[in-house]
Design a protein around this ligand. Structure first.
Ligand SMILES: Cc1cc2nc3c(=O)[nH]c(=O)nc-3n(C[C@H](O)[C@H](O)[C@H](O)COP(=O)(O)O)c2cc1C
Ligand code: SF4
Ligand code: SF4
Ligand code: FES
Length: 604
């Protein structure tokens, strides 16, 4: 473990992403500023500066204070820890061990962020600046090479060359559909109508996802730079960033970035002295999941109801106000400057045959290290969930991972070695979506999970087309019956029939993909449906009507931990003697199961 070199200039990076702010990061940052300026002013002010940055990724361990150049990373920091950090680390050059990351598997303390296993297998391309720069500082972005490729593109390249480079890079849209970005731009540039528009889709409606939020908050200029390069490539005059309404910090960060970019000639008239004039404005989202669908989003910007339309003509030809429009996802935009800087061949060296580059995922659910993860396309699910995510906590086992958001699919443990890319996920009956990865353990009932996703989607269908509006409702009704122990054997065929009709006949991808959770679980967890219907049993012990709990007297140590967790005092037993459950009292809430570290409580 290295100690601090007191003669160096130190940079303190305080994570002020939304997750850490909720855990007191702003107070940590303020305490740091106060300590740096009031105490030993001359010495510390000359040798140290602090930056409030975007998300560092490992949100479960935040707030973070990272000290460079030594790379000392303190986790779960509170404002009250700051005087000790200043006194011991900054003044005396000592590391405060109690604030270091604990590697529970190796039972060691880890000092540097780059040595924490969570970060070691990641490749940060779209997230290259997030966590390192102060998003409100244009200067920080410029110091990391920002706007250099805009200058190169505007002054040294023709628009067709820019488009050609993006086509060569193989970049596919990161918002879900995976459409080749360069081809979209080419189609827009080839459409004669003027004016043309650029849109950034920052709606991010998937529950639990925060990839785009972290980029908009933590590195807003990279999104702007990508959009300005595209404006030059296709000859657009105006841009819009459609931001999910709940993302107040993203809006603030983007607003400041737009203002700074305008003040420094990166936006506005004759950008960097060129013939390009381009402006960007922010539009707050309509608050509906379906508004993330590009045609619904366009309708919403136009001031109409956010409903999708049929795409027999793509937005690249007829989009916003009927004009040629490019719409790309936040992460797609953040990739553009770095592709233009490092070249298409560098980008194609990352990833797989059909999916180039990296992908950002938000890894959540029953996994030890929840957070933001960026890996080359083609990394396996096992590497993401176990090597980076640290596996399933509390001694439970992995059951499935949901990829692609609420209308993605559930992938079982047999496919943990599946490479994560657009095509492999589709072949497995799921999809990339925008990058949500929700890990489920053996205490998850797959039928109930699917019922949950369908109930979310039932509230989000815009109701315009019958297969989606009625189909989701029917699927939900059947799934609810099955979870309540009223399923019939014909239900499985009925589910499949409705699901397939929805795939074929729905107007937009919401309806076409809404049945993915049903079909993927019927493919991989069919037995579990049959257990519910024929066996009248929920193997995970989640569906109340179908679960009965008992304590295995051979395993039970009589520790008594489960007793206070039972809300109806349904568990009995003496200390150090096997306990039992009074089945007439038990309400099957499952609270006791999670409290038992010996896994003595079983489901019949
Ligand atoms: C119901 C639904 C919701 C969507 N939500 C989003 C979203 O929140 N963000 C996003 O970028 N794309 C979303 N999409 C995909 C967009 O329609 C579109 O494909 C994407 O913005 C194009 O950008 P890309 O090519 O960079 O991925 C959604 C699609 C559907 C069907
Ligand atoms: S399932 Fe709930 S009600 Fe039943 S014994 Fe356990 S804690 Fe008590
Ligand atoms: S927590 Fe588990 S081991 Fe402890 S008394 Fe309850 S069932 Fe027995
Ligand atoms: S918000 Fe701080 S690590 Fe994610």
């Amino acid at each position: 473990m290295t100690t601090m070199n007191k003669s160096l200039i130190h940079l303190l990076l305080v994570c002020c992403g939304t997750g850490c702010v909720a855990n007191g990061a702003r107070e940590v940052y303020q305490a740091l500023k106060d300590n740096l300026t009031s105490d030993d002013k001359a010495v510390l002010a000359a040798t140290t500066s602090a930056r409030a940055t975007g998300c560092h990724g490992l949100c479960a361990q935040g707030p973070f204070v990272r000290i460079l150049p030594e790379d000392i990373t303190y986790c779960r920091v509170k404002a009250a820890d700051i005087p000790e950090i200043v006194e011991k680390t900054l003044k005396q050059g000592e590391v405060v061990k109690r604030l270091l990351f604990r590697d529970r598997q190796k039972k060691t303390l880890v000092q540097g962020q780059n040595d924490i296993p969570f970060y070691q297998r990641q490749t940060r391309v779209a997230l290259r600046n997030v966590g390192l720069i102060d998003p409100s500082s244009l200067q920080d972005y410029l110091e990391r090479g920002g706007y250099r490729t805009l200058e190169k593109s505007l002054l040294d390249m023709r628009p067709e060359q820019v488009i050609e480079e993006i086509i060569k890079s193989g970049l596919r849209g990161r918002g879900g559909g995976g459409f080749p970005t360069g081809l979209k731009w080419k189609a827009c540039a080839a459409t004669p109508a003027q004016p043309r528009y650029i849109i950034c889709n920052g709606d991010e409606g998937d529950p639990g996802a925060f990839m785009d939020e972290s980029i908009m908050e933590g590195d807003p200029h990279s999104v702007l730079e990508g959009m300005i390069i595209a404006a030059y490539a296709v000859g657009a005059s105006n841009g819009f960033i459609y931001v999910r309404d709940e993302y107040a910090q993203s809006v603030a960060s983007l607003r400041k970035a737009i203002e700074e970019a305008e003040n420094h000639g990166f936006l506005g008239e004759n950008i960097l002295g060129s013939a390009l004039s381009f402006n960007i404005e922010i539009v707050r989202g309509g608050g509906a999941f379906v508004c993330g669908e590009e045609t619904a989003l366009i309708a919403s910007i136009e001031g109409n109801v956010g409903e999708p339309r049929d795409k027999y003509v793509f937005p690249s030809e007829k989009g916003l106000w009927g004009q040629p429009t490019i719409i790309n996802n936040v992460e797609t935009w953040a990739n553009i400057p770095v592709i233009m800087e490092r070249g298409a061949s560098w980008f194609t060296s990352l990833g797989t045959e059909g999916s180039k580059g990296t992908k950002v995922f938000s890894l959540v659910g029953k996994v030890a290290n929840t957070g933001l993860v960026e890996v080359p396309m083609g990394t396996t699910l096992r590497e993401i969930i176990f090597d980076i995510g640290g596996g399933v906590p509390k001694g439970r086992s992995f059951k499935a991972v949901q990829t692609g958001g609420p209308s993605g699919g559930c992938i079982p443990s047999e496919l943990l070695d599946l490479k994560v890319d657009f095509d492999s996920l589709s072949q497995a009956g799921s999809m990339m979506g925008s990058g949500g990865l929700i890990v489920m353990d053996d205490r998850t009932c797959m039928v109930e999970v699917v019922r949950y996703y369908l109930s979310f989607l039932a509230g989000e269908s815009c109701g315009k087309c019958v297969p989606c509006r009625e189909g989701i409702k029917c699927l939900l009704e059947i799934l609810t019956r099955i979870c309540h122990g009223q399923g019939e054997i014909g239900d499985i065929a009925l589910l499949e029939d409705i699901a397939e009709t929805m795939q074929q006949a729905s107007l937009c991808a919401l309806g076409r993909t809404a049945s993915n959770p049903v079909l993927s679980t019927l493919r991989y967890f069919r037995e579990e449906y049959l257990e519910h219907i024929e066996g009248q049993r929920c193997p995970a012990g989640i569906c109340r009507e179908l679960s009965e709990f008992w304590i295995d007297p051979v395993i039970c140590t009589g520790c008594g931990l489960c007793l206070p967790r039972c809300p109806v005092e349904g568990i009995k037993g003496e200390k150090k003697q096997a306990h039992w459950i009074e089945s007439d009292k038990c309400i099957r809430c499952g609270e006791c199961i999670d409290s038992c570290s010996f896994q003595a409580i079983k489901v019949k």
